[in-house]
Write a protein of this length. Structure first.
Length: 184
């Protein structure tokens, strides 16, 4: 993963460092996408065995919860904070960029729903193949989306957002997850 965020140490970042947490989520998305690929390759030889069912459960749990929170964190916290930090014509450019990323979120969510239906069958022990085209399109769309965020949005946020804005983002992210400030 290419991130230049100072202090980024990997997948353990927390809401106390919201930009690092968003970047760490990308790492976990990549890992879940790799699991989808391995599962697709596993199924023809082994069917919906215990390993396949567990992998399906794990991927569904991730994309049904953490990925949903990730999209919400961006749309409800990061993108509005960036828009507020921008002025004049720069705000128009940021609005177009963030709207495109939000559109990506809707497309990724629709693609996930198709894949999820297949994973539900695998989790139930039904012998079904994972659609190669659905999986590849989903993974490629996420990779492109994450590149834009890592190359453009996160560095911009790092430059433009002050500590107060970042603290507000972190607080909002914790609330979304049901975490109170005294629990951190």
């Amino acid at each position: 993963m290419s991130t230049s965020l100072p202090g980024f140490q990997g997948p353990s970042a927390s809401t106390e460092a919201p930009l690092e947490m968003l970047a760490a989520c990308h790492y976990r998305i990549q890992r879940q996408c790799a699991t989808l690929r391995r599962l697709r390759e596993h199924l023809p030889q082994h069917g919906s065995d215990q390993q396949a069912r567990q992998a399906a459960r794990n991927v569904m749990r991730y994309f049904d919860t953490a990925a949903v929170h990730h999209h919400e964190d961006e749309e409800k916290d990061l993108f509005p904070a960036l828009l507020e930090a921008m002025a004049g014509s720069d705000a128009v450019c940021i609005r177009q960029l963030t709207q495109g990323l939000q559109d990506d979120h809707r497309q990724l969510e629709a693609a996930w729903r198709r894949i999820r239906q297949q994973l539900l069958q695998i989790e139930a022990g039904v012998q079904v193949p994972l659609s190669e085209s659905d999986i590849d399109a989903f993974i490629e769309a996420y990779a492109r989306h994450m590149r834009i965020e890592e190359d453009e949005v996160f560095p911009m946020a790092e430059r433009l957002l002050d500590d107060t804005a970042l603290q507000a983002m972190g607080r909002s992210m914790r609330l979304r997850r049901g975490i109170t400030d005294d629990q951190i």
